[in-house]
Each structure stands twice: as C-alpha cells, then as structure tokens.
Design a protein around this ligand. Sequence first.
Ligand code: PLP
Length: 264
Amino acid sequence: MTLNYAVSIAGSDSSGGAGLQTDIKTMNACGVWGMTVVAALTAQNGTQVTASAKVEADFIAKQIAALCAEFPVSAWKTGMLNTAETVHAVAGALPADALLVVDPVIVATSGAVLLDAPGVAAVTDALLSRAAVVTPNIPETEYLSGIHITDTASIEKAGQWFREQGASAVLIKGGHNPAFAGSDFLIDGDGFHTIEGRRLPYSDIHGTGCCLSSAIAAYLAQGKNMLSAVKQAKEFVSSAIEHSVVYPSGRRTVNPLCITVCKD
Ligand code: PLP
C-alpha cells in the first residue's frame, strides 16, 4: 500500500486543540502520514491565547526544503501564518506544483488575532492564486472579499470573488449563520454545491476549522476529487465533534483521534 504524505504549515497550539497539533492528528486519522512546518507559535489554553511568537522566515523555508528533499508530498495545507513576512516565506518556499489547501485563519474564536492586517493582504496576493481550495468561515469570507454574507446569493458572489483571485475552489463554511443549518458551500469550476451537515448540539468547538482543512488535504493526498474530499472531510469533523473533549475550563475541542474520554 502506498504511503501518502501531507504537510501542515501552521501555528502551534499549546493546548493541543487546534493548529499543528490537531492537523497532524487529523491527517494521520484520515489515512496519510502527517508532517509539519512550524510557522508560528502560540501560548494558549482553552480560554485564551496569552502570547504568540513568529518563526524566522528563513527557518520556515528550511523546514519546507528539508521535507521536499526527501518526501513526495501529495498535499499541503496552511493555517495560522501570523504575519505578511511568514506568508511570503511560505509562498516562496512551496513547490510550484503544490496541491494546496489554504485555511485563511485570521482571528481565533477566543478573539485573539492570529494574522495581522498586512498578513491578510499577503494571503490574498500570494496564496489564494495557489490554492486548490480555500476554506474561509463567514467572518473570514467577509474580511477577505469585502462581501457581506446574508444568504446563498451572497455566498455565491463571494465564491466568485475567491475564484477571481485565482483559487480553483472555495469552501465557505456556513457554521456562523444559523440560517445555513450547518451547511457548507463549495464553489468550484463545476458550479455551486451545498454540503449538508449533521446537526450537532454544540456551538463553540475549538479547532474545527483546522481539523476540516487538514482532513480535506489528507483526502486530496489520497487522490480523491475535491467534492468527495470535502464531503468526507465534513463527515470526519462531525465525528471529531461528537467525540469532542471538554477542557477543565468547560471549553470543548475537536477530538480527531476520537479517543475515548473517561467520564467520572
Ligand atoms: N490557534 C492556532 C495555532 C490555530 O492555528 C488556530 C486555527 O484556527 C486557532 C488557534 C483557532 O482556534 P479556534 O478554533 O478556537 O478558532
């Protein structure tokens, strides 16, 4: 059996619930060998990001080069990139033919800014045109495209905006608007697809975006087409939410390995 490799280029979440830690768990659970390029650091727990730090651009490029020197990487994903300098370092070091999932992480659910304003512009300029798929939630969609999301017509318009920036596909996640009932929307060269979700009784789960984009990368790495990869990834995240872990603070986080949680 062929071993497929996928790489997450993202930030470290010390609580293990999002970022690189969730990405690597997700990739492995979805059937590929997950690898990481540490592009940013955070000190965080279940309730807040208390500090973040950047990783030198040159060291980010060295991590990517080290992986490319040995591994035939089938898919890459980006997550928290922190600054424009980091975005450009990643764009400059990625292989030209990289199959890339861009999760445009801007602000954590807790409110912490994970990508500064110049970084947002850099993602638009340097990464969107490289993306096989971009996976914004509604606030990220509005911030990047400037289009206010109220209904499926505005989703379609924003999807077109991402395609005009050069992204092959965009998956706009509907979770922030109850009217979309947990559905996500894939806009690609074939048109507009509604990906229905299972209704789950939780609203604020840490790490869902990281888990979804990593699962998409893992399924694309195994040769699935975009629509199948997205549908299967959404199903995977639903299971990771169903098995979510409750931190001591009461916050829930995705559990991609669906490890059994002891309840006393
Ligand atoms: N921390 C890091 C390092 C991340 O990469 C991400 C990804 O989105 C988050 C936090 C976001 O966390 P949340 O799911 O709570 O928005």
